[in-house]
Write a protein that binds this ligand. Structure first.
Ligand SMILES: Cc1cc2nc3c(=O)[nH]c(=O)nc-3n(C[C@H](O)[C@H](O)[C@H](O)COP(=O)(O)OP(=O)(O)OC[C@H]3O[C@@H](n4cnc5c(N)ncnc54)[C@H](O)[C@@H]3O)c2cc1C
Length: 376
């Protein structure tokens, strides 16, 4: 793979860099981390700005090279990341593009691109996380609607979402992977209750969602009834394979900041710390290459393959190691919640759980990439 910019890539990079230089100073400051309505407005506003400038669909339509350049340049310039648009832009939208009907693509994709609607993900339930196929939220057919009852948990951004990619059980008698259906749920539908949950890092970023006889039109089903497990695998491939790619660039920036801080506060004199930061630098360079490979593979095949689990596994651990190194650089200040990196360190703990735990990723790598025998 030739990783250098072609002349047209170089032109795209230069144009984007110039545009970012002009537009970023005009952006309002980001709202405080726990102001979710404010963050929704801010993130949708940034998406609208990208849309008006012709960059909104860069995660979907652009070539892998252009997508990587976009991620590198926006991060380098300190532009906002996708934020509350994470699910819509990075896995619900791509799933609808791959699996939805023409009418569904027309209904849901443009508002995501124009920064008008936020999506969340209603997959996990109290008894169905790693073992997602155990989900119990039920949907019965009633005329042109499904009637849905049950509950979801750990639904990120549920409080500010307009739509939810929702998994329901439509055939309880079928083998458990065969009775599931993927629906688009309106979060303001009667019978939807959202109860925020507070995380270790103090943020109410996710919620429990209770569904009490909620009506969802059959027209809002993506894929066939009872074929939702296959559609879910598409969603999870995007989530694990390509959704976190932009964050690798951010980690590389943080690593640079750590080295500068260590030089400033004298910790750079410790050879063990320098070695640790050097190893992390090598790790994030390798992850960036893996990212390029995953994005290219997704562009070639439409949907990322199981290689995403390799990325997710390594990235989530590397992110934790990065913030552990930050604690070492900070020394006693690592206990001060107002210092940069301290809350990031707390939230990094969740990365080996969110989007599927490391144990589950290892099983996928073992079975689907290495071809080892199934454990059960
Ligand atoms: C920050 C964050 C955001 C999230 N956002 C969302 C969201 O927006 N929408 C959503 O639907 N979900 C979301 N989740 C939920 C997430 O997908 C689940 O937490 C995850 O799938 C793990 O499920 P669980 O919490 O039920 O753990 P469990 O499945 O109970 O697992 C507990 C432990 O047992 C291990 N384990 C379980 N089964 C096996 C096995 N077969 N082999 C080996 N080890 C096993 C697990 O790896 C883990 O270490 C989020 C989670 C976090 C932390």
């Amino acid at each position: 793979m030739d990783l250098s910019d072609t002349p047209s890539d170089a032109e795209f990079r230069a144009r984007l860099r110039e545009w970012l230089g002009k537009v970023l100073p005009t952006l309002p400051p980001p709202p405080p981390p726990d102001d979710w309505p404010g963050r929704r407005a801010h993130d949708l506003g940034w998406q609208r700005t990208l849309y008006d400038a012709g960059y909104a669909d860069v995660h979907w339509a652009a070539s892998p090279a252009v997508r990587m350049i976009f991620l590198e340049e926006t991060e380098r310039a300190g532009a906002p990341y996708v934020g509350a648009n994470f699910v819509g832009l990075l896995h619900a939208g791509p799933t609808i593009a791959a699996e939805g009907t023409a009418a569904q693509r027309e209904r849901w994709l443009p508002p995501i691109l124009r920064g008008e609607e936020v999506w969340c993900q209603g997959f996990s339930e109290p008894g169905a996380g790693s073992d997602l196929a155990s989900l119990r939220t039920r949907a019965w057919r009633d005329g042109d609607d499904y009637v849905v009852s049950g509950s979801k948990i750990w639904t990120s951004h549920a409080e500010v979402a307009d739509w939810c990619e929702l998994l329901v059980r439509t055939d309880p008698a079928a083998p458990r992977h065969r009775g599931i259906t993927w629906l688009a749920l309106r979060m303001d539908a009667p019978g939807v209750t959202v109860r925020p949950l507070r995380t270790l890092a103090g943020s109410a970023e996710f919620a429990e969602v209770f569904l009490d006889d909620v009506r969802v039109p059959v027209a809002h089903r993506v894929g066939e009834e009872n074929d939702g497990w296959r559609v879910t695998m598409v969603t999870l491939s995007f989530e694990r394979g390509t959704a976190f790619v932009g964050e690798v660039v951010a980690c590389r920036r943080v690593l640079g900041e750590l080295a500068r801080e260590a030089r400033r506060n004298g910790r750079w004199d410790d050879p063990a710390l320098r070695r640790r930061l050097g190893l992390l630098d090598a790790e994030f360079r390798a992850l960036w290459r893996l990212t390029q490979w995953n994005v290219s593979a997704a562009a070639a095949g439409g949907v990322p393959g199981p290689g995403g689990s390799v990325f997710k596994l390594r990235y989530s651990h590397a992110r934790q190691e990065l913030y552990d190194a930050a604690a070492e650089v900070l020394g006693d200040d690592a206990l001060d919640l107002d210092r940069p990196w301290v809350l990031d360190r707390l939230s990094s703990l969740s990365y080996t759980i969110a989007a599927g735990t490391s144990q589950i990723q290892r099983t996928i790598v073992a079975e689907r990439i290495l071809g080892l025998p199934r454990g059960r």
